[in-house]
Design a protein around this ligand. Structure first.
Ligand code: BES
Ligand code: ZN
Ligand code: ZN
Length: 504
């Protein structure tokens, strides 16, 4: 897509097939319209304001002019201004689906950079489609829901940064699609091995260093968390470490390379979670193909960070395993010694994410992380606690916690601070081993985080754990997302890296 920004705005921009007008209340964002269009636009807006027309996108047809889509800014609760714009973008593409959509002209209001960014972001997010598994893709080809190009129209002077913004968002949206594809692919088609192969390909194309430890190497080095979870499956586990070093990127005034910080993203990558011997009920078990969403977000965020050339050291550690019952499966009651020497009794084989993360956290320490974020579809309990739209954020470092929350706000991703309540640590006490892997029925998301805390390396400035079980994967429409993977929290991670790179 050759998206671009222009200041010249004859209404009949030679190639345009469609124009979109956004309005909010009485605000109009474009003035010099040909008379018949101006009249119709005003009519529609007035009718919607007076509720004579249902509020929503309205497509108008004219002789000799492009089709015009008039969209009110949605007033849905719980969306901030940026999210409203993202939603508008997806509503517009939704309405235009099936039209002969070639070139879309989208007039901007003017000075507001954030609004432009959210619009481009929203268009990127809603252009995503997962149709690899549809036998008949002709339908989609005949009626592309995505325009060949989008021309953003500045009503006034354009900004030097416009083109940069478009390129940056093109990279982000490409990596977001990579993330969503990984999560949407069925479990049998994305085993730990296949996931690692994709990581190798992505490392090559993005200039990242990569280490893949397969099961033999894991045994040699004692990565027992991954081995314990993976041993019931014929698809062996592996640990993938990818490294990006942006410190040698040219320093600019605003973008001063920070030579000390090393952000490490540790992702839970359970390519399918049956629960193991503590097997899950069959209803909705298919959704557990999403149990590698943390690893997918870590990998794709790192690719985006590399494409954006952020002046910072960032790594991704992917803990890949399949959790399945089998002849060799770990049994409830089994005890293993984790990489840091602590012994763990596996009370429930379905609490597997925290077991593989013991290895990921160890690896983060070994490569000398200063800041760790682990990402995991870790507990159903977090969904019961704060619902499906919000991720739980566990972080004892107030500054880092703020960076993550603020980054989320910019991206329309919500992180809610949760307590690492020491009082509940005793729920994990075991009579034989140092600890067991589940607590009581209460505070399940917190005890999972407390379990992880036992394995967070001590040589790290800050560690944050994100429980993304709610928003990473959805089964019905949500905001500007269609059912399936959302890519949550990949976009926020890139923003976190951006902010860490800027701080000195
Ligand atoms: N992968 C699940 C958590 C999950 C639930 C992710 C819903 C996405 C949506 C995790 O491995 C799990 O099974 N957790 C158990 C823990 C329990 C056995 C202590 C859970 O939440 O029920
Ligand atoms: Zn599980
Ligand atoms: Zn799981």
């Amino acid at each position: 897509m050759g998206n671009r920004v222009t200041e010249t705005c004859p209404f009949d921009l030679a190639t345009a097939s469609h124009w979109v007008f956004l309005y909010q209340g009485n605000k109009r964002y474009f003035e010099a319209l040909p008379q018949p269009i101006a009249a119709r636009v005003n009519e529609v807006i007035q009718a919607q304001i007076e509720k004579k027309l249902p509020e929503g996108p309205e497509l108008c047809h004219f002789d000799n002019y492009p089709e015009v889509l008039i969209v009110p800014l949605p007033q849905k609760k719980g969306l901030d201004e940026n999210d409203r714009i993202r939603l508008v973008a997806s509503q517009a593409l939704q309405v235009l689906k099936g039209r002969a959509l070639k070139s879309l002209v989208w007039p901007l209001q003017g000075g507001n950079e954030k609004e432009f960014a959210s619009l481009v972001d929203g268009l990127g997010i809603s252009a995503y489609r997962f149709d690899n598994y549809k036998s008949d893709k002709k339908q989609d080809k005949k009626n592309p829901a995505n325009p060949e190009e989008i021309i953003f129209l500045r009503n006034g002077t354009s900004h030097a940064s416009d083109t940069q913004l478009l390129t940056d968002f093109a990279s982000l949206s490409e990596c977001l699609s990579i993330c969503r594809d990984l999560v949407n692919i069925p479990g049998s088609d994305l085993t730990p091995q296949k996931f690692a192969e994709r990581a190798i390909t992505l490392a090559k194309s993005n200039g990242l260093k990569i280490t893949v430890r397969e099961d033999k190497q894991l045994s040699k080095e004692g990565f027992t968390g991954l081995l314990t979870v993976g041993k019931g499956s014929s698809h062996p586990p592996c640990l993938v470490t990818l490294r990006y070093d942006g410190r040698d990127k040219k320093d600019t005034k605003e973008n001063k390379a920070d030579h000390n910080k090393h952000l490490v993203l540790v992702g839970k990558g359970v390519t399918f979670d049956t629960g193991g011997i503590s097997i899950k009920p069959s209803a909705a078990m298919w959704e557990m193909k999403c149990d590698m969403a943390g690893a997918a977000a870590a990998l794709s965020a790192l690719c985006a960070i590399a494409k954006l050339k952020l002046p910072l050291q960032v790594s991704a550690v992917l803990c890949l395993a399949e959790n399945r019952p089998g002849n060799g499966s770990v049994l409830p009651g089994d005890i293993f010694t984790a990489k840091n020497g602590k012994t763990v009794m596996v009370d429930n084989t379905d609490a597997e994410g925290r077991l593989i993360l013991t290895d990921g956290l160890w690896e983060a320490g070994a490569i000398e992380a200063t800041h760790i974020i682990d990402l995991a579809t870790l507990t159903g309990a977090i969904i019961r606690a704060i619902g499906p739209s919000i991720a739980g954020l566990f972080c004892a470092n107030e500054t880092f916690s703020q960076v993550i929350q603020e980054s989320g706000k910019v991206c329309g991703e919500k992180f809610w601070p949760m307590p690492l309540e020491e009082e509940y640590r005793e729920y994990l006490d075991d009579s034989v081993a140092d600890m067991k892997n589940i607590g009581k029925a209460e505070a399940g998301a917190i005890t999972a985080a407390l379990f992880l805390q036992e394995f967070a390396p001590s040589n790290t400035q800050a560690w944050a754990h994100l429980d993304i079980a709610g928003p990473a994967f959805i089964t019905s429409n949500w905001k500007y997302f269609t059912p399936g993977a959302t890519g949550f929290p990949m976009r926020s991670l890139v923003e976190v890296a951006r902010r860490l790179a800027k701080e000195s």
